[in-house]
Design a protein around this ligand. Structure first.
Ligand SMILES: Cc1cc2nc3c(=O)[nH]c(=O)nc-3n(C[C@H](O)[C@H](O)[C@H](O)COP(=O)(O)O)c2cc1C
Length: 201
């Protein structure tokens, strides 16, 4: 019989690459970091992704209210972006102020430097109690700009991030993870039936 911790370590093998997820509302631009993004369609003409966003994150409300998000595969040179977007909330800081970006065709911020970006329109949602799983139709896609300072490089996987994270970040990262785990533990059983307004009757 495996312990819950052993089971969790096994489940970590299902973690996605590290991605930056952006959103915008009323002129406010925001970004966060996720490792819970997956391809959610096998049909090349119906490209889809899904992401799990905790309800306490500011991005959750921005995505829920606008039905739009930008998803960025990062490259292995982008630890600074992970630190800027994944360690503090956009409620407390203008996190994209120092991250070069432009608005994409759907109005979401698109990071100039990334491996690739996808602009997504929410097609449906699933409530997990502590988070929302957003299913997104990919409506625009592109590579990041390649410059001498920003080669496109290898995709930042979760394993690469954990193995190469600057040691001085680890304590904050672990504390933040534990806070999120406590929140999830408290709320995971309280699942609501949510009907996404964009669905036809
Ligand atoms: C490596 C890493 C992975 C993360 N994965 C997730 C995730 O899958 N879902 C989530 O809701 N938050 C995740 N986070 C935490 C958010 O990025 C973090 O809470 C962020 O500050 C949220 O910003 P916001 O409040 O501006 O939306 C992750 C953070 C890091 C550093």
């Amino acid at each position: 019989m495996l312990t819950p911790d052993q089971t969790y370590q096994l489940l970590r093998a299902l973690t996605s690459p590290i991605v930056a997820v952006t959103s915008a509302k009323d002129g406010k631009h925001n970004g966060m970091i996720l490792d819970s993004a997956i391809r959610a369609s096998i049909v090349p003409t119906v490209p889809r992704v899904s992401v799990y966003v905790h309800k306490f994150n500011y991005s959750h409300d921005l995505i829920f209210q606008t039905g739009r998000f930008g998803l960025h595969l990062l490259h292995t040179g982008q630890f600074d972006v992970i630190h800027r977007l994944g360690f503090v909330s956009g409620r407390d800081a203008d996190k994209l102020a120092e991250v070069p970006h432009h608005l994409g065709t759907t109005g979401v911020p698109v990071l100039d430097d990334c491996h690739a970006h996808f602009e997504c329109a929410v097609a449906n949602v699933m409530d997990t109690g502590s988070s929302t799983c957003f299913l997104g139709d990919v409506v625009a896609v592109g590579f990041g700009a390649v410059t001498a300072n920003a080669p496109r490089g290898e995709v930042m996987t979760a394993a690469y991030f954990r193995a190469h994270m600057p040691p001085e970040w680890r304590q904050t990262y672990e504390a933040q993870l534990q806070r999120a785990q406590r929140f999830a533990e408290q709320h995971s059983r309280n699942i609501r039936a949510v009907r996404w307004p964009g669905l036809s009757a």
